[in-house]
Design a protein around this ligand. Structure first.
Ligand SMILES: Cc1cc2nc3c(=O)[nH]c(=O)nc-3n(C[C@H](O)[C@H](O)[C@H](O)COP(=O)(O)OP(=O)(O)OC[C@H]3O[C@@H](n4cnc5c(N)ncnc54)[C@H](O)[C@@H]3O)c2cc1C
Length: 469
């Protein structure tokens, strides 16, 4: 068997792997990188996305550091009107294909191999079409850029039974012309962003709210998208919002109280104001989107679905009858399947995870920077500089996640070159906004000063809340 030599073997050409490779090429000018993906095209899960998917957060700070995504324009109509554009699935796939064409193809230190599967147990890569196998001699590190890979509707395994005659589709199938008869009702199963997208789309294409049913095992807190805008004109909502978030973190007396304070100060939203959510997976909406979804009044809250029947649903806490012939839309794939938190820097290995919530592409790029400039100091030093931020699978996990976020921010602030790299990075939405405030703008300077001053109290209180959880 042939042996292929490289400095870094990166597994996965999704959003994380590509952001990592892009930054490593710049920051580690002598490193040779081999990037493999079992898929034929770059972009990972975006290649399987449903047709009406978009980013949750602005295109302005998504993708790779070296290439803009989108035009930086604001939407002028629709439920995101007035806010920065959100790339669609096809736009993201096209962006990553262009990136591969313009930056990776022909690069003397880059070897991109699509349709190539990594067999970690054998240390071998295999072309999935030709079957050609190669041993890989990795001089520096194997980079697992697939550890946080999400589960998406097109590829996930259904966890409920489907009785004969029941019509169940993935959201990917929705825009196809249906059968000869319109279904009497549509029932969306799932409480995450995919379900919200499916309902929004169904309402937009004219399905009346009265014909919609929505299975919501858990209500969810949502990020208010206005707080994620990077333009100057949004300073009050973005940086001002971060200061209000810090104040809530410093003063909350319990985890529920923290979420209620974050809602009160405009950071978070919920769709049904009379329900106290028990989930927060960082799904992001605008207030008009939340109001739009509140039109769906037939909400089924009887736990998870066990079985779908042609005229009803069997759920954990009972059966619900629905019109015979209802079209069920399976939105139960969890984009954030629980994964054990592990150190990012390990002997001979990097396991890409978040170093800032909820920004996987910024995180991957920052890990590449730390590897390039601090790798020689050893794994312990690198993990201290880029600690894993645990994803808050449960509400009670959120204080710990915020704490890890703040801890990393504090470390970065003490390394001027790293701080400078972050400021210049297009993947860091807000650094430039904070550093570019003119001397005379005392109002904005006060907001930044308040944000910084609240940090120690927030960290102390979050530690207390994390222990409570
Ligand atoms: C609907 C949706 C909207 C989102 N919106 C945003 C947003 O607005 N902003 C934001 O920051 N993030 C957003 N995210 C999250 C983010 O974009 C990505 O989901 C996240 O970064 C995961 O990407 P990934 O590269 O880690 O995983 P993937 O995209 O799954 O890529 C992993 C790749 O690894 C490959 N692979 C796995 N194992 C092997 C192997 N053994 N050999 C070879 N190849 C292998 C797979 O084929 C895959 O292509 C969103 C996610 C979803 C699902």
């Amino acid at each position: 068997m042939r042996t292929l030599e490289t400095d870094y073997l990166v597994i996965g050409a999704g959003a994380s792997g590509l952001a990592f490779v892009d930054t490593l090429l710049d920051e580690s000018p002598d490193a040779h990188i081999t990037l493999v993906d079992r898929r034929g095209l770059p972009g990972g899960h975006w290649n399987d996305s449903y047709p009406f998917v978009t980013l949750h957060q602005p295109s302005a700070f998504y993708g790779v550091n070296s290439m803009e995504l989108g035009t930086g324009r604001k939407d002028t109509q629709g439920l995101n009107a007035g806010l920065l554009e959100l790339a669609s699935g096809p736009e993201i796939c096209g962006y990553y294909q262009r990136f591969v064409r313009q930056r990776l193809a022909g690069h003397p230190r880059m070897d991109y191999r699509p349709l190539t599967r990594w067999h970690a147990d054998e240390g071998v890569v295999e072309n999935t079409l030709s079957g050609d196998r190669c041993r890989v001699a990795v001089r520096r590190k194997v980079v697992d850029a697939a550890y946080m890979s999400p589960s998406v509707p097109a590829t996930h395994r259904r966890r409920f039974a489907v009785a004969k005659g029941a019509q169940v589709v993935a959201p990917n199938e929705l825009p196809q012309p249906g059968g000869s008869h319109a279904p009497p009702a549509c029932c969306v199963i799932g409480a995450g962003k995919t379900a919200m997208d499916a309902l929004t789309w169904l309402l937009q294409v004219g399905v009346p709210p009265a014909a919609l049913h929505w299975v919501v095992p858990r209500d969810s807190w949502l990020v208010n998208r206005i707080t994620t805008q990077t333009g100057e004109e949004f300073f009050r909502d973005s940086i001002g919002g971060q200061a209000r978030q810090m104040q809530a973190a410093a003063e909350a007396i319990s985890v529920d109280d923290l979420f209620l304070r974050l809602e009160a100060c405009g950071q978070l939203l919920r769709i049904h104001g009379d329900r106290l959510p028990t989930m927060f997976h960082l799904a992001t909406l605008t207030p008009p989107e939340a109001r739009w979804l509140a039109q769906v009044e037939q909400v089924i809250r009887l736990g998870h679905v066990r079985a779908v029947e042609p005229d009803g649903l069997v759920l954990e806490q009972g059966r619900v009858a629905l019109p015979a012939g209802t079209l069920f839309i399976d939105c139960t794939a969890s984009a954030v399947e629980p994964r054990a938190v592990q150190p990012i820097f390990q002997p001979g290995r990097l396991v890409l995870q978040l170093v800032r919530l909820p920004q996987p592409t910024f995180s991957a790029a920052l890990v590449a920077y730390v590897e390039a400039h601090h790798g020689a100091a050893g794994d312990k030093a690198c993990n201290a500089l880029a600690g894993t931020v645990p994803f808050p699978y449960r509400l009670a996990d959120y204080p710990r996640a915020l704490l890890a976020n703040l801890w990393n921010q504090l470390q970065w602030s003490q390394h001027p070159p790293l701080r400078q790299w972050i400021r210049a990075s297009r993947l860091d939405g807000f650094g430039r906004l904070m550093s570019g405030i003119p001397e005379h703008d005392t109002a904005r300077r006060d907001v930044v000063a308040r944000l910084k001053a609240l940090g120690p109290a927030a960290m102390t209180n979050l530690q207390r809340l994390a222990v409570q959880g």
